[in-house]
Design a binder for this molecule. Structure first.
Ligand code: UDX
Length: 424
């Protein structure tokens, strides 16, 4: 049955949620505080690179099931369900900053219809369902936790084909009403208390970060003992208890979620009296991984990058997104620059200089007169470039492949020195 839904916040979670809910047949109003963004969205233009999202937004707008309005209060007046999809940035002390959530709750409070359900999709510390209830001051309105598990770059696919839908509520009737929104999806649905739902989100992200730090640490061991991490991971992954997913070694994990959520979980545990040493170690291994890539680049050019020209392919935190928030690529480039390197970068999703980094419009130009090339994001197109053209642009053809992306045999045939992560 089609529901009347409001979505507060049109970031990648809110916009994906709104567009996908409209695609499922619901009537959706999305609200944001940025008037230009609202005008563009109503015209079917989307501000982020997200596979399939533009088509869904256009479909929803043209079908009259998806609307964009300015201001949270305006969006909720006749809505049965209100999704909060506002940011929860990392505060100074590592904990999540709830001011946007509380602000949104206060803004909509007096406009909500009786028996509306406010659904929190933002990633919030355990106990935040209560914080929203307190900010709303509306005992007639239920607040339900419904965490998102969307990966940037495949957010639409993840929304429409979820591994699970988690609903956290002490109010069974409200939980059932929220579950009805998702009836069009074939996914296990789990109803639990709000604290457990909130913890599922943090525990999942921190576990995935743990897998990656583990494999990056194993990569260091592989280098030390002369093993090949790609084969090691493949061999591990055939064990069904381990699986092949999320075991790709790389320059370290980043993005808008893992760093923020892993720090927040350390803090949540600490506040509750548990010292989460394991997760602190996971974060520490990630910091070391950035430095290990920097050292690999330095080692490839006589131990110092000072005054040396370095080419970098990749700036986004992963491929298929234009998001550079907490990107390991940017972190590594900044560390190289801090040691005196002159870096020129190329990324298919980034068209202009950013964060003090010179960005070229083609990958060969970035390699001009470079002494080393470091591959930092796993864009497919890097695999198919003309290696002779790359080699002739560089002073010395050598690649530090922090994503184990390129074909090392092919590179060596073209005269490159190659170094990957956890394999030589
Ligand atoms: C993540 C979660 O996957 C998603 O469920 C949650 O809702 C939001 O946070 P996202 O931030 O889009 O999604 O990125 P993800 O694809 O999970 O990658 C996170 C980081 O880990 C990236 O820097 C990526 O390059 C890195 N990564 C991922 C690896 O280094 N190796 C891997 O095997 C997988």
């Amino acid at each position: 049955m089609a529901a009347n839904i409001a979505v507060i916040g049109t970031g990648y979670v809110g916009l994906t949620t709104g567009a996908c809910l409209a695609h499922l047949g619901h009537d959706v109003v999305c609200a944001d505080i940025d008037s230009q963004k609202i005008d563009r969205l109503n015209a079917g233009e989307i501000p982020i690179l997200e596979d399939g999202l533009e088509d869904l937004v256009r479909e929803g707008v043209q079908g009259g099931r998806l609307h964009f309005v300015l201001g949270a209060a305006n969006s909720v007046t006749d809505r049965e369900f209100v999704f909060l999809c506002v940011p929860t940035p990392q505060g100074e002390d590592g904990s999540a900053d709830l001011s946007y959530i509380e602000g949104a709750a206060r803004q909509i409070s007096s406009s909500l219809i009786s028996e509306a359900i406010v659904i929190n999709k933002s990633t919030v510390p355990v106990g935040s369902t209560r914080v929203v209830e307190q900010a709303l001051e509306r005992p007639d309105v239920s607040v339900v936790s419904n965490p998102e598990f969307l990966r940037e770059g495949s957010a639409v696919h993840d929304f429409l084909h979820p591994d699970r839908v988690v609903i956290g509520s002490d109010d069974q009737a409200a939980a059932i009403r929220v579950a009805s929104i998702y009836l069009g999806l074939a996914a296990p649905l789990m109803v639990t208390d709000p604290a457990s739902a909130e913890t599922i989100k943090y525990a999942s992200n921190a576990f995935l970060a743990t897998k990656i730090s583990y494999v990056n640490a194993i990569a260091a061991v592989c280098e030390a003992v002369g093993a090949d991490v790609n084969d090691v991971v493949l061999g591990m992954g055939y064990d069904k208890r381990i699986g092949q997913e999320f075991l790709r070694p790389g320059p370290g994990w980043g993005g808008s979620c893992f760093p923020k959520d892993s720090h927040a979980l350390v803090r949540i545990a600490e506040d509750a009296g548990y010292d989460f040493g394991l997760l602190k170690g996971v974060i520490e291994v990630n910091e070391q991984q950035f430095e290990r890539v920097v050292q690999k680049v330095a080692a490839s050019i006589d131990g110092s990058v000072d005054g040396k020209k370095i080419a970098a392919w990749g700036l986004t935190f992963k491929s298929r997104t234009d998001d550079i928030r907490d990107s390991p690529a940017i972190e590594i480039i900044h560390r190289l620059q801090a040691q005196g390197a002159v870096v020129t970068a190329y990324d298919p999703a980034i068209g202009a200089d950013i964060k003090g980094i010179t960005v070229c419009t083609d990958p060969y130009a970035a390699c001009e007169a470079a002494e080393a090339l470091v591959v930092l994001t796993e864009w497919d197109e890097f695999k198919w470039l003309d290696l002779d053209k790359v080699a002739s642009a560089m002073v010395s053809p050598q690649v530090i492949d922090a994503r184990n992306l390129l074909d090392r045999n092919r590179l060596r045939q073209h005269g490159f020195r190659y170094e990957g992560i956890g394999r030589s």
